[in-house]
Design a protein around this ligand. Structure first.
Ligand code: GLY
Ligand code: MN
Ligand code: MN
Length: 435
């Protein structure tokens, strides 16, 4: 992402904040995995969106109209010893030279500098409750000002919820963001294709997962969430991530895996037979989920609201489950009573972007949000029939199917960013046969 992209975003936010305001964003904290080992560091998405700066222990500050520079970055100071152990640091000078900050200070000096900046502003834009330790520090700075009001110091008049403004911006993807998301989708599509070709009975789920990890890392990306690689019955567990069982001849394999390129996620699910051939029962459920997914994707276009896709999927799935004898009754009544939730218990999609379940309100007031160009949603209906399901014929047991694509809303309708991963059942069988 170019430096200009980040400065455009900061300018846009600062225009909305107006003069007399300050926005404060802390970097994500590091997290210990066990003893001296950390989890891989992932920058906070709001922080990343506005700065592109990926170091921990940083604080970004925006003050529209500040004479000495509107974008201030507090970051770790240069330290040859620490850098020998933990890696390179930009340092305040690097933050200005290489990362577009107008002004930068060592984060160790923040207690001396930031309260004075806050004091100059009437409104503080801040997201409360995400990083509780930083919430405490901010309250500490404001309280220290309050304690000195008698000495002529000032406190801000208003706290404004920063995420409300910022998350609305993040919902509309720019050209650069769309291009990163296309790349994330393309890499994950290749990985799904690899997995289909590689799969055979007797493998462990983690061996198939390894195909994803290899494809992701060789492209400089990482998984955007823990990959779900569930054979047979495990495909009916929505967030199955153990990925430890053997893949059995005659079972389906459900894989929900995507990667993160330049911070942007893909989120793709494919389901296919372990041995390359659908059984008639698997095929019937698969066809139904695919029909539902297509009906839902057709609803993605400007002017439709974001719940139309779910409605279309529910209608198709309920109708199909009745036809297959898995639900009994009249379709409208079964939709009204949500009887379909026994087999299709999740939503049909979510916003996608820097976060897999990306930010942005689904409702504006009491109304579902209307889709507009630049928004990206997943479309991911599924049907899950665990073994032992009461009143369900045995031939359906252990079938779990989800199909998930990443859909960009465009001026004329939509573009499926993950269309390259085959999903027509005949195409899947052919691909697996040819492997
Ligand atoms: N992979 C998480 C989801 O599909 O929402
Ligand atoms: Mn998914
Ligand atoms: Mn998803």
């Amino acid at each position: 992402m170019s430096p200009n992209e980040f400065s455009k975003r900061r300018r846009q936010l600062m225009r909305m904040m107006g003069e007399g305001a300050i926005a404060i964003l802390p970097a994500a904290p590091t997290k210990i995995r066990n003893r001296d080992a950390d989890y891989a560091y992932r920058q906070d998405s709001d922080f990343l969106y506005l700065t592109g700066f990926s170091e921990p222990e940083s604080v970004a500050v925006l003050i529209p109209g500040r004479a000495h520079g509107e974008y201030i970055l507090f970051c770790r100071d240069k330290d040859p010893v620490r850098e020998t152990w933990d890696g390179r640091r930009a340092g305040p000078a690097g933050a200005v030279e290489a990362h577009g900050a107008d002004d930068a200070f060592p984060v160790g000096d923040i207690d001396e500098i930031l309260p004075g900046m806050i004091e100059q502003c009437a409104r503080v834009f801040y997201t409360m409750g995400v990083h509780p330790e930083f919430d405490q520090r901010l309250m500490g700075w404001v309280n220290s000002l309050r304690a000195q009001v008698g000495k002529g110091r000032h406190t801000p008049h208003e706290f404004v919820v920063l995420d409300h403004v910022l998350h609305d911006m993040r919902l509309y993807k720019s050209r650069a963001e769309v291009s990163a998301m296309k790349r994330a989708a393309r890499i994950a599509v290749t990985a799904h294709t690899r997995a289909m070709k590689f799969c055979r009975p007797g493998l462990k789920e983690y061996e198939v997962e390894a195909e994803f990890l290899h494809e992701f890392r060789r492209n400089g990306t990482e998984p955007s969430y823990l990959p779900i690689v569930g054979g047979g019955e495990n495909g009916c567990i929505l967030h199955y991530t153990e990925n430890r069982d053997s893949l059995r001849d005659g079972d389906l394999l459900l894989i929900d895996a995507g990667c993160e390129f330049d911070g942007y996620a893909s989120d793709i699910t494919r389901t296919f037979p372990v041995n390359g051939r659908f059984t008639p029962a698997q095929r019937a459920i698969y066809d139904l989920v695919l029909d539902a997914q297509k009906a839902a994707i057709e609803q993605i276009m400007p002017g439709k609201h974001c719940k139309e896709a779910h409605k279309a999927a529910v209608k198709t799935i309920t109708r199909g489950l009745v036809k297959l004898g898995l639900l009994k009754g009249k379709v409208p009544a079964l939709i009204k009573s949500e009887a379909y939730k026994r087999f299709f218990m999740h939503g049909t999609g979510h916003w996608l972007g820097l976060d897999v379940h990306d930010v942005g309100d689904y409702k504006v007031g009491d109304e579902w949000r209307v889709l507009e160009p630049g928004m990206v949603m997943t479309v991911e209906p599924g049907i899950y029939i665990p073994a032992g399901s009461k009143g369900v014929a045995k031939k359906w047991w252990g079938i779990g199917v989800r199909i998930e694509d990443d859909i960009l809303v465009t001026k004329d309708g939509h573009v499926n960013l993950s269309a390259g991963a085959v999903k027509e059942p005949d195409d899947i069988e052919q691909l697996m046969r040819a492997a």
